[in-house]
Design a protein around this ligand. Structure first.
Ligand code: HXC
Ligand code: NAP
Length: 283
């Protein structure tokens, strides 16, 4: 889909890059010539991913909890010493389905700490350095389709992702005059162990998710990684402050008043609904 030098020598940090979508983006970015940094809380996981992907290019793993601002500052400092980043991908997240009235304060803090504060820590750590050094930079955040409308049963995540999108849109304007671009991807369901074990943990939920999606399939990590590669590349240089939804049309399916008719009405129903021959003339 792209020339193999699309991201040549671009230095990219992917938070939560040890697993799932983050790992998929790391792999794709390496194939396109980038120098990749990944971070996550579990040192063994990020190290193993870096070791497995190292055949594709230069990749370095950093154990780091993005909720901890000082830990983020130390990691970014250490990365910068070897050469400044060009791109930050805010991908790390925490989420699970639960009834909101049963959530403990720690549950709220945990998800909002990872998603909102983690994104804020990484974005400001990179942004401040880019601005100080008069350097161009790009931030891509991985959001979710429910960020603008909210969603029952994943409320801490919905609140935090909405904040991430507000942060991204605000800074797209505030920093846009100094060469910094901010965008986001809102993916629909893409099978990863981390996400599906927490938000689609039962077969009936998976069946429901497949039924409501117009193409009746889930997205793939490769599709997400290609869109991400485009959005962090110079080829998308005029896209700033956008959220690109990538969900097979699932979001729109939920919004349309009559969109569910196709699931209920059969061919004979549609035939019966057609005006009878000459009926119009009689009226
Ligand atoms: C209710 C829960 C819970 C659950 C955890 N908690 N899971 N409460 N229902 N299912 C509560 C705990 O009881 C605890 O509160 C508090 O949350 C913190 O839990 P810990 O396990 O101590 O925290 P931590 O180790 O920081 O783990 C964070 C986590 C965990 C978010 C809870 O799930 C995690 O590590 N997630 C990272 C990966 C991830 O979530 N990936 C999916 C992203 S998918 P108390 O009060 O008991 O101490 C996504 C979009 C999907 O974001 C969209 C699909 C279409
Ligand atoms: P995942 O595999 O669970 O990825 C989450 C990653 O974040 C993990 O590698 C995890 O590693 C890391 N992480 C969590 N807390 C962290 C912290 N405090 N500090 C640093 N890293 C942390 O799930 P995924 O499906 O790939 O999700 C990736 C992104 O896509 C998330 O932003 C998610 O909200 C978004 N998304 C996914 C889907 C989907 O269907 N898959 C749909 C919409 C949006 P550690 O546990 O080692 O820290």
């Amino acid at each position: 889909m792209f020339n193999s030098d699309l991201l040549k020598n671009k230095r990219i940090l992917i938070t939560g890059g040890g697993t799932g979508l983050g790992r998929g983006m790391a792999e794709r970015f390496l194939e396109l010539g980038a120098v990749v940094h990944i971070c996550g809380r579990r040192e063994q996981v990020v190290n193993q991913t870096a070791a497995e992907l190292s055949a594709k290019g230069a990749i370095r793993a950093w154990p780091c909890d993005v909720r901890d601002r000082e830990a983020v500052e130390s990691m970014i400092d250490a990365i910068w010493k070897n050469g400044p980043l060009d791109v930050l991908v805010n991908n790390a997240a925490g989420n699970f389905i639960a009834r909101t009235e049963e959530l403990s304060p720690r549950a709220w803090e945990s998800v909002m700490g990872i998603v909102l504060m983690g994104t804020l820590h990484c974005t400001t750590a990179c942004g401040q350095r880019w601005l100080k050094e008069d350097r161009r930079g790009t931030v891509l955040s991985i959001s979710a389709t429910y960020a603008p409308v909210g969603s029952a049963y994943v409320v801490p995540s919905a609140v935090a992702k909405a904040g991430v999108e507000a942060l991204m849109r605000s800074l797209a304007v505030e920093w846009g005059d100094r060469g910094i671009r901010m965008n986001a991807i809102a993916p629909g369901p893409i099978p990863t162990q981390g996400a599906f074990s927490r938000v689609v943990p039962l077969p009936q939920l998976e069946k429901l998710a497949l039924e409501r999606n117009p193409p009746h399939r889930f997205g793939t990590i490769g599709e997400l990684a290609n869109l991400a590669a485009f959005l962090v590349s110079d080829g998308s240089g005029y896209i700033n402050g956008e959220v690109i939804r990538m969900d097979g049309g699932e979001f729109l399916q939920g919004a349309g008043e009559f969109s569910n008719l196709g699931r209920i009405l059969k061919d004979e129903d549609w035939q019966a609904l057609k005006p009878k021959k000459n009926e119009g003339a009689k009226r």
